[in-house]
Design a protein around this ligand. Structure first.
Ligand SMILES: *[C@@H]1O[C@H](CO)[C@@H](O)[C@H](O)[C@H]1NC(C)=O
Ligand SMILES: *[C@@H]1O[C@H](CO)[C@@H](O)[C@H](O)[C@H]1NC(C)=O
Ligand SMILES: *[C@@H]1O[C@H](CO)[C@@H](O)[C@H](O)[C@H]1NC(C)=O
Ligand SMILES: *[C@@H]1O[C@H](CO)[C@@H](O)[C@H](O)[C@H]1NC(C)=O
Length: 789
């Protein structure tokens, strides 16, 4: 000690020696700690002092468990050892904690922003060495703390991650060796991407990823989800992004250590009274955790051989390399995505995954899964989405670019929804049952024969869900398929056999185009066949029109199949969702699709509801394509359905997007009231539903319109919907809003214009009857009505 000659060190030292007592847990600025002396936390668990690891002669200042094997948890001067026992720790006069060696050179020091008036260095029971200002009492506002500068060990209560304000990254760096605490090249740290997650790096190379936090645990280690020993929390806000574990069983000690030799973060536990540490768990878990082992869009399944497979819908980028177990190039889509056709894209759910690398992600904590899907779908660079918090089922995380480092677990794990080419939809990870529910309808027009034009749908579809439609159009014997739409083609004899030669027993009903038959294909699949009848006023043109439109337009709202509205199933929330869905679908037809389309026969029976009650607009038999900015036309044949037709269309055959808006308005009022416009009866008057709604509106009691079976509702939403409905059915088409304004009105709280008197509000449009062609589609018949049998 005599070598220390500084005027201010020596008095401190003397003072320290004078004051020293066994078991002291703190020193002030007038004291110091020399090699050979220690601080011990109040509860006796942790000790701070100088040590030499293993066979090394170097001296390090560190903290260890104060139990017989003295496991070191923190090292101050790990990269600048002292080669003798001259080390001394003290608080210098500017309040910095400094470690000095014999020639009083500073070996290690703390960085503190604030200067304490009466600094105190204390070893806490948690193993945290803290520098406080005694002036602040017991404040946890530490001037410096060892927990902010971890070595290779994480203790309960330690923050692992970022203090973004200070740019402080609390991470683990392995010891080089068991007897050398200097920094090894394994680093375990949190990357604060939009969607934060912890990585194990070897140097700068990603070695392993724990997977992002999903509300229950880390996506990549479901085995560690709720356990009896410790609990994890994630704090993620503008100032901080960190994980922290806390001990559940207080009678245990636990620590997690990053070990260079094993390349693992290993957790040990120990009863205070036990003689040694017990291994509890470790990350990474298996070779499927090797970062990116299967390349982009590959998934690693530890129980498979080989462990790497392409995700369904993807194939090896290089089959040759893949076959030789070089998976690094990963997989590519069977069918590349075309961003011009974004509207045809969909998502396939891949369950039980460690979700991909989160470097290129975006998150939102309040969106639900449906909104998340919309968000992802709308941007072609978005490749996948999932819930941020799978425990609560909320929040949205979306990925951009290639999906990397995916692992699949036999159970647990997380669902990921991946963007897919339309032809891959329905191939849900080999879940055959789901495929069955989403099997396509085919429309088959057998060469030249009007009588041989059919829809063929799987029976399951009739339940309502249909994500996609495959169509083959044969218009003549010679030309073959009109468009390149790879589809199962049924020939007439197959269909005849399936329907028992169109036997009456198999007839389900009669639609606008003709009769519909149930049938069974040879392989046992139930189908429905819609047969074009020669006598139908609606002829081949309408039919082809529908086929072509649906073929071109595989929008998810626009598919064939419907469900009967069982009104008691439809609470207010569902109704308002359906109204919004139809509005967006119609907006798409009018404006967003590549083709400008007027549906011309929008009505309740043409709105299909899938299992989740998502509405789909169907039946394009009467739809018209418009070129360029052509918005209005006259027709010599008026086709459509009573009760939904706008006055100008029914009377003058003049149709425009505003005729669809009228029909939509009728639909809104029908959905709210649970009554059909056509055939509406009221004891007090002879008005139809529109007139009734209008009357209630001007008498200031619109709320009476609402269907008794909706249950709880939000009165402002109901009023808003009725208001928008009335705006849509106004008599003059110039007064009616267009669909983009409708969508806006439905989704905002802005003031709405006053509605004027609706068109056709007195009963059905008798005055228009004479001008209606006999080909009006009554269409009481729909596919679902067959299903209902
Ligand atoms: C205290 O130590 C720090 C870090 O070595 C140094 O920057 C500062 O000048 C020292 N203060 C005094 C009064 O020596
Ligand atoms: C102090 O000692 C260390 C080794 O203990 C040495 O590296 C350093 O150069 C010395 N500094 C001075 C100023 O002598
Ligand atoms: C790392 O693990 C090895 C093997 O279990 C062990 O011998 C070694 O002491 C550990 N290293 C450290 C720094 O704890
Ligand atoms: C899609 O997302 C990417 C990545 O966030 C962004 O750069 C791009 O601008 C987005 N494109 C559109 C059309 O929003």
């Amino acid at each position: 000690m005599g070598v220390l000659s500084s005027m201010f060190v020596i008095p401190n030292l003397l003072f320290f020696f004078f004051e020293t007592t066994y078991g002291i847990d703190s020193i002030t600025s007038t004291q110091s700690l020399a090699d050979g002396n220690t601080l011990v936390s109040k509860d006796g668990n942790f000790e701070l002092g100088f040590f030499s690891p293993g066979s090394s002669k170097n001296r390090y200042l560190g903290i260890w468990y104060n139990i017989h094997d003295k496991t070191v948890v923190w090292v101050a001067n790990r990269d600048s050892p002292i080669d003798n026992s001259s080390g001394i720790l003290m608080i210098n006069s500017t309040g910095t904690l400094v470690l000095l060696s014999q020639n009083k050179s500073v070996v290690w020091s703390t960085s503190s922003l604030k200067q304490a008036q009466t600094p105190l260095l204390q070893l806490l029971d948690t193993g945290n060495l803290v520098l406080t200002d005694e002036k602040n009492g017991n404040s946890e506002d530490y001037l410096w703390q060892s927990f902010d500068y971890p070595a290779d060990t994480m203790l309960p209560g330690m923050k692992f991650g970022w203090d973004l304000k200070r740019g402080l990254n609390r991470r683990l760096i392995a010891w080089k060796n068991w007897d050398d605490p200097s920094s090894g090249d394994f680093i375990f740290e949190v990357k604060h991407h939009n969607y934060p997650e912890a990585y194990l790096f070897q140097g700068t190379i990603k070695y392993y990823r724990v997977g992002p936090w999903n509300g229950i645990g880390f996506s990549g280690s479901p085995g560690l989800w709720p356990n009896p020993v410790y609990a994890f929390t994630l704090v993620y806000n503008q100032d901080e992004v960190y994980f922290m574990f806390t001990l559940k069983d207080k009678s245990l000690l636990t620590r997690a250590v990053l070990n260079q030799t094993t390349s693992m973060v290993q957790r040990f536990t120990r009863k205070e009274t036990a003689q040694s540490w017990k291994f509890y768990d470790a990350l990474p878990i298996d070779r499927c955790d090797s970062y990116g082992v299967c390349g982009a869009y590959g998934r690693c399944i530890i129980t498979e051989s080989p462990v790497c497979q392409c995700l369904n819908g993807f194939k090896p980028k290089s089959q040759q390399k893949w076959d030789s177990m070089d998976w690094s190039q990963g997989c590519v889509r069977n069918k590349p995505l075309n961003c011009q056709e974004i509207i045809t894209h969909g998502f396939v759910k891949f369950p039980n995954l460690k979700v991909p690398d989160t470097t290129y992600t975006w998150v939102n904590t309040s969106m639900n899964l449906k909104e998340c899907r919309e968000k992802c779908l709308s941007n072609c660079s978005c490749t996948a989405y999932t819930n941020l918090d799978i425990k609560e089922g909320i929040g949205c995380a979306i990925w951009f670019g290639d999906l990397l480092d995916i692992k699949q677990f036999p159970v647990d794990g997380q669902d990921l929804y991946i963007r897919m080419h339309p032809s891959e939809l329905g191939m849900e990870n080999g879940h055959k049952k789901n495929i069955a529910a989403i099997v396509a309808c085919s429309i088959v027009v057998v060469s030249g024969m009007l009588l041989g034009s059919y829809y063929v749908c799987s029976k399951e579809n009739l339940r309502g869900i249909m994500e996609r439609m495959r169509i083959i159009v044969h218009t003549s014997n010679s030309k073959g398929p009109e468009e390149d739409m790879e589809l199962p083609l049924f020939d007439l004899s197959t269909i005849a056999r399936a329907t028992d030669d169109f036997s009456l027993n198999n007839k389900l009903g009669e639609g606008g185009f003709g009769p519909v038959y149930k049938g069974t294909l040879l392989e046992g699949k139930d189908i429905a066949v819609k047969r074009l009848s020669k006598s139908s006023g609606q002829g081949l043109n309408e039919f082809k029109n529908e086929v072509n439109l649906i073929a071109k337009l595989q929008h998810r709202n626009l598919v064939k199949l419907l469900d009967q509205t069982k009104s008691n199933l439809l609470d207010w929330r569902k109704r308002i969702d359906i109204i919004g869905g139809i509005a967006r679908g119609l907006l798409y037809l009018h404006q967003d699709s590549r083709l400008r389309i007027i549906h011309r026969d929008l009505k309740a029976s043409n709105i299909l509801l899938d299992n989740n009650m998502n509405p789909k607009i169907s039946d394009f038999g009467l739809a018209k394509l418009f070129g360029g900015d052509q918005c209005e036309a006259n027709t010599n044949r008026i086709v459509g359905t009573y009760g939904y037709m706008s006055p100008e269309y029914a009377v003058h055959g003049q149709y425009s997007i505003k005729s669809d808006v009228f029909s939509f308005g009728v639909l809104i009022l029908e959905i709210i009231s649970g009554k059909k416009n056509r055939g509406f009866r009221h004891p007090e008057h002879h008005l139809n539903l529109l007139g009734h709604a209008w009357r209630l509106w001007i008498e200031d009691r619109p709320i009476e319109l609402i269907d008794d079976s909706v249950g709880d509702f939000n009165i402002f939403e109901v009023l808003r919907c009725i208001h928008v409905g009335l705006l849509c059915v106004q008599n003059r088409q110039e007064d009616r809003p267009n669909m983009s304004y409708v969508v806006l009105m439905l989704s905002s709280e802005s003031l709405l214009p006053k509605p004027r008197q609706p068109g056709f509000y007195t009963d059905s449009p008798r005055e228009a009857d004479s001008s209606l062609s006999t080909t009006c589609s009554e269409n009481k018949i729909t596919f679902t009505s067959f299903e209902a049998r």
